[in-house]
Design a protein around this ligand. Structure first.
Ligand SMILES: *Cc1c(COP(=O)(O)O)cnc(C)c1O
Length: 388
């Protein structure tokens, strides 16, 4: 067998794949860039493999667009971004500890410091460190409590091999926490003023990610670190900034890899939901091993030749079954659409998210690495005319 073929099969050979419209990411980035002040930096948050879109490719694209810096959590994402974007600052959100100090130095990463213990553990490595101090303004997750920020800043600045380049927070914005976005930012204001008065304010102060970018332009500060917004995934539609963003994840598709009319020579039907005699059953080459929820119910469907075919649970590791009795023209090798358009019909991301019992971000971030990414052009992205 031809070796290059075996190692890099054509997308046409795949039984299942996701389609990514990289041009949507570039255009979302430009929309953010155009909306904020020219001096405000953009840290592109590419965590979770760029929300499922592929951290390396997205980093290369945004680097070419002139993005200022990146934010990631995992080593894998830091490696992919560094390879694609040599020389750009990369901020590590809380997640990687001092046992990764060699990588932090080799990849020239900026670490987050969320408390005194955290700082002490990194200082114990003896390495020179570039640091962003993270403060918890009400997310109740990473970051130092505001009452301890001054002391942590004092400790950091007294260390000769620690450079405090930034001060940042991640805001809680979905009403599931106690305080409003404004109340959270108000906790930071006096601290910023105090540090400024002493000439000790780090060069970059940053609190705004996707939702506050849309709803609170006044919180842009020195930099913003949107993630979801870059991929067209945002929950608020009522923000003060109406940015014309587009979805980057444009489709999830699988081929029909087996097809038959059920017959009692196969034995008693195994209690399939919706089973009826002479049911025409198709098998798709996608399963929970690719990220389809294992407990998906029988109300979910896919599109084949523009028509809805119900999914027959349970979902298997590499396969799922659909009922194509009412689509007699369905044939082996047909594309089935889990997300996206098929002729005049379309399964939207909100519809799929609801069927998968998650949200729009959850769909892309829940897909596994085994589901190949295919780049598609904007004209085949059904989500682009909607302007969201
Ligand atoms: C996830 C994350 C972001 C990006 O959040 P979005 O809501 O996706 O824009 C920014 N900063 C931190 C620290 C994060 O963890």
């Amino acid at each position: 067998m031809n070796n290059s073929l075996r190692q890099n099969p054509s997308p046409l050979c795949e039984a299942a794949w996701r389609e990514i419209d990289l041009s949507a990411i570039a255009s979302n980035y430009r929309a953010i860039r155009a909306a904020i002040a020219p001096g405000t930096k953009i840290f592109a948050c590419l965590k979770q493999d760029a929300y499922g879109c592929g951290a390396g490719k997205v980093a290369a694209l945004l680097s070419a667009e002139g993005v200022d810096a990146f934010g990631v959590v995992s080593i894998a994402d830091a490696l992919a971004v560094r390879k694609a974007a040599p020389g750009r600052p990369i901020l590590l959100y809380p997640g990687i500890g001092p046992n990764a100090v060699d990588l932090v130095r080799d990849l020239d990463l900026t670490i987050s410091i969320s408390g005194e213990e955290d700082l002490a553990s990194w200082l114990a490595t003896g390495a020179s460190l570039k640091v962003f101090v993270k403060v918890d303004l009400g997310f109740w997750r990473g970051g130092v409590a505001p009452c301890n920020l001054r002391r942590l800043m004092d400790l950091c600045t007294s260390e000769s091999n620690v450079a405090v380049d930034g001060l940042y927070a991640h805001l809680s914005e979905f009403g599931d926490a106690g305080s409003s976005t404004s109340a959270q930012v108000a906790r930071l204001t006096p601290l910023i003023e105090g540090l400024k008065a002493e000439g000790r304010l780090p060069a970059t102060v940053m609190v705004s990610s996707s939702e506050s970018l849309l709803s609170h332009p006044e919180f842009d500060m020195d930099a913003v670190d949107p993630g979801a917004l870059l991929f067209g995934l945002t929950r608020s539609r009522t923000g003060r900034r109406a940015l014309p963003t587009r979805l980057a994840l444009s489709a999830i598709k699988a081929r029909i890899v087996a097809l038959k009319t059920c017959h009692d020579s196969m034995g008693a039907p195994p209690g399939l939901p919706g089973y009826h005699p002479a049911m025409r059953l198709a098998v798709l080459g996608i399963g929970w091993g690719h990220g389809v929820p294992r407990n998906l119910g029988s109300s979910a469907s896919v599109l084949v030749r523009g028509r809805r075919a119900p999914i027959i649970p349970p979902i298997h590791l590499e396969h799922l079954r659909i009922d194509v009795t009412n689509i007699p023209e369905a044939t082996l090798g047909d594309e089935a659409v889990l997300l996206g358009s098929s002729r005049a019909d379309r399964i939207t991301l909100p519809e799929l998210a609801e069927a998968w019992n998650t949200d729009e971000t959850g769909v892309g971030c829940g897909l596994r690495e085994s589901l190949r990414r295919i780049d598609v052009a904007p004209q085949s992205n059904p989500n682009q005319e909607e302007g969201e």
